[in-house]
Design a protein around this ligand. Structure first.
Ligand code: KIV
Ligand code: ZN
Length: 389
């Protein structure tokens, strides 16, 4: 039996902190509606105390989105918590997400607080948030670089004060999968009331491990993953929603974990984000990049034409893409060309004629990176029907 994982999407908050990814209010509302169609469980709509614009955008999203929870981020300060609540209170199921740093580095240099004061602030902030709602998340910022025993005390304090979700961020993308899963296991074991809260993880990608660390934590017992579309976020970004979800879906045999994501909405969601922020999806990006379902080598194309599973571990249709792309180029084979010729409607070509076109394609591929359907059509007309270009 599979267990359900909650997907907490922070594209509109941490994602927007990605340089150049600022969105206006109507763009945020448009994207929030798409996230709802995608089936995320929680949308972190923004950080209401950070600006009037953010406050209004969060308020508009809470009013508009009824099918999932809407969270507002706030520091562990009464005035921030009050502001977050004012922004989200019109939502169908609002969540206050309050955070405080717990690592020695952050406590000493950023907060300038003693550990005992940090514990006191967590207790106060969570109790204050609980006056408004039972749906309270506490995040231990820089959790992965915190001392484990102290972190367990912080988590215990937050749960006793009423937090229903406990988030352990790898704020600077420093941890490693084995270490992070051991930390999650440790907290689940050591914190007396750990079963009273959903454990969550929030991983950054500074060393390229955000997705691996998230998956390792889920295997260790975390039940909420904080992610962003396409992995956008501070510095090198956050764990990418599509990669986390498709790992769980593709390797369900291993994880036995399921999400509420409608995977066929993944590509439309990432495309919408890309249009809104004006940043194209890199071609080599897993799952959503232009090359993710493109096959150029002749051996691969031949295998694909015989059985797609030879070189495709998920179908493009399953994530909302139109289909596989057999790229014609200098590495491509005859089988892909034959398929392309048929697709173009030239059904009567004999073997000798196909060979002529194949040679012409190879010659052109030496001069040009990608051969398009139009190029093949022009070559057929030129080589077989002797119609000049
Ligand atoms: O990376 C981080 O620690 C955060 C928290 C505010 C959750 O974004
Ligand atoms: Zn973050």
């Amino acid at each position: 039996m599979s267990q359900r994982i909650f997907i907490f999407d922070t594209t509109l908050r941490d994602g927007e902190q990605s340089p150049g990814a600022t969105m206006n209010q109507s763009e945020k509302v448009r994207l929030a509606r798409q996230l709802e169609s995608l089936g995320v469980d929680i949308i972190e709509a923004g950080f209401p105390a950070s600006s009037q614009g953010d406050f209004e955008a969060v308020q508009a999203i809470a009013a508009e989105v009824r099918g999932c929870q809407v969270a507002g981020l706030c520091r562990a300060l009464d005035k921030d918590i009050d502001r977050a609540w004012d922004a989200i209170k019109g939502g169908a199921n609002p969540r206050i997400h309050t955070f405080l740093a717990t690592s020695p580095l952050h406590m000493t240099y950023k907060l300038r607080k003693e550990p005992a004061q940090v514990i006191e602030m967590i207790d106060h902030a969570v109790r204050h948030a609980r006056k408004y709602t039972t749906n309270v998340e506490f995040s231990a910022e820089d959790g992965s670089r915190s001392e484990w025993e102290f972190l367990a005390r912080c988590v215990d304090t937050a749960i006793k004060a009423g937090a229903t979700t406990i988030n352990i961020p790898d704020t600077v993308g420093y941890t490693q999968p084995d270490e992070f899963s051991a930390l999650i296991r440790y907290l689940l074991e050591k914190v007396p009331d750990s079963d009273k809260a959903v454990f969550s993880v929030h991983c950054h990608n500074d060393l390229g491990l955000a997705v691996a660390n998230t998956l390792a934590a889920l295997r260790a017992g975390a039940r909420q993953a904080e992610v962003t579309l396409s992995g956008i976020g501070e510095r090198a970004g956050n764990a990418s929603m599509e990669q986390v979800v498709m790992n769980l879906a593709t390797r369900a045999d291993l994880y036995k974990l399921e999400t509420g994501i409608k995977t066929e909405q993944i590509y439309p969601s990432c495309r919408l984000l890309s249009r809104i922020i004006g940043q194209p999806i890199p071609p080599y990006k897993p799952i959503i990049g232009g090359n993710a379902f493109a096959h150029e080598s002749g051996i691969h194309q031949d295998g694909m034409l015989k059985n797609r599973q030879t070189y495709e571990i998920m179908t493009p249709e399953s994530i909302g893409r139109s289909g596989t792309d057999m790229v014609l180029g200098k590495h491509s084979g005859r089988a892909a060309l034959v398929a392309k010729i048929k697709e173009l409607g030239f059904n009567g070509l004999n073997e000798e004629q196909v060979n002529l076109v194949f040679e012409a394609v190879k010659r052109l591929a030496d001069k040009k990176k990608k051969i398009f359907a139009e190029d093949v059509e022009a070559l057929i007309l030129e080589e077989i029907y002797r119609i000049p270009d």
